[in-house]
Design a binder for this molecule. Structure first.
Ligand code: PLP
Ligand code: COI
Length: 340
């Protein structure tokens, strides 16, 4: 398959329309078969439920070219399950897992020329989403929905790539204690937009959200979970009902334990503990693992010993093992890699 003439290594995390996307309609109580379309635009009523009441949930996953030239996806079944949970919570009809996986395969296959070559540093990002389509004015769920997946080639989420970033402790909360923080709903991101603009204006790359109830525990950022490494090489990662259950984080916990022989602690992490950790990173599909060099809490700095120049040694090992599995250089656990 001839690849598109794109300067892969200069891609950032942006949207570039590709040739085909998948659309399926939910009408009269059922999903249709779904099909690919070349049209990237959506026409809808001014009163569409998604526009008025933000009834929309989404996912993010990637397709990769392996060293031996295959095109693969990473754990799409996990995205299917999480999307179903997000749907249930927003009164959106669930997309069955087989339908989700079939749609992922169709979109990747149809856009294979956009799956960046092995070693280019870029990947094909897939964005599945479901939204309430018909006109709703009283507060209630839509009756008609669209499930879509588009694809876009992307580079690193943070501009510097593997350079450590600086984040600040946020003054505003991301999610309520018994709210929607653990699902991938557009509304969680709408609330973060002002805060991320403000963080950038103040010279920070991201916001660290604390637990909304006590503001003493670490939650996550606007688009990634946290991992920390202790001075004796343990992986510590926050547990909370109001953060998104990151597939990357769950995969890294497995990789740490089963590939790298690192002890893993998935538990509440107090902000006061951070000064004692050796390394810190953000993990997610878009972020992969982005090292954090410094956390600023109202002028008070926590500087990790790994510094501002490169990833710490444990973070690097985790990064190399995870991406090695994703790109077919390291044997994957059963079921993690799905060939297109
Ligand atoms: N947390 C938030 C708020 C996210 O948006 C994401 C991105 O998907 C993640 C964490 C990381 O999740 P995953 O590793 O499944 O991409
Ligand atoms: C992802 O990592 O897939 C996300 O959805 C995060 C988003 C901030 C780009």
């Amino acid at each position: 398959m001839a690849k598109k003439d794109i300067d892969w290594s200069s891609l950032g995390f942006g949207y570039m329309p590709t040739d085909e996307r998948y659309v399926s309609w939910f009408k009269d109580g059922k999903w249709d078969d779904g099909a690919l379309t070349k049209d990237p635009n959506i026409t809808m009523s001014e009163c569409a439920c998604v526009l008025q009441y933000a009834q929309t949930v989404f996912e993010g996953l990637k397709a990769y070219t392996t060293k031996d030239g295959r095109t693969v996806c990473f754990r799409p079944d996990m995205n299917a399950k999480r999307l179903a949970e997000s749907c249930r919570r927003l009164e959106i009809p669930e997309v069955p897992e087989e339908k989700f996986i079939d749609a992922v395969k169709k979109v990747v296959k149809a856009n294979e020329a956009y799956v960046p070559p092995f070693g280019s540093g870029a990947t094909l990002y897939l964005r599945p989403f479901v939204f309430g389509y018909d006109s709703i004015i009283g507060v209630k769920p839509a009756n008609e929905f669209q499930f879509r997946i588009f694809a876009t080639p992307v580079g690193p989420y943070f501009k510097g790539g593997a350079k450590p970033i600086t984040i600040r402790v946020s003054d505003v909360d991301r999610a309520a204690p018994h709210g929607t923080g653990d699902i991938k709903a557009g509304l969680n991101y709408a609330m973060s937009l002002h805060n991320i603009v403000d963080a950038h204006n103040c010279g920070f790359d991201e916001n660290m959200y604390l637990d909304p109830k006590t503001r003493t525990k670490v939650e996550e950022t606007g688009g990634a979970n946290f991992i920390f490494i202790t001075k004796d090489g343990k992986l510590v990662t926050p547990k909370s009902n109001s953060i998104l259950p990151s597939i990357t984080r769950r995969s890294l916990m497995y990789v740490a334990e089963h590939y790298l022989n690192m002890p893993v602690e998935h538990r509440e992490v107090y902000f006061d503990e951070l000064k004692d950790f050796a390394e810190c990173g953000l993990c997610g599909t878009a972020a992969v693992i982005s090292p954090v060099g410094k956390i600023v809490d109202h002028g008070k700095e926590i500087c990790f010993p790994s510094g501002m120049e490169e990833m710490g040694p444990y973070t690097k090992k985790l990064y190399e093992t995870l991406t090695g599995i994703q790109m077919g250089e390291i044997e994957a656990p059963e079921g993690w890699i799905v060939e297109i």
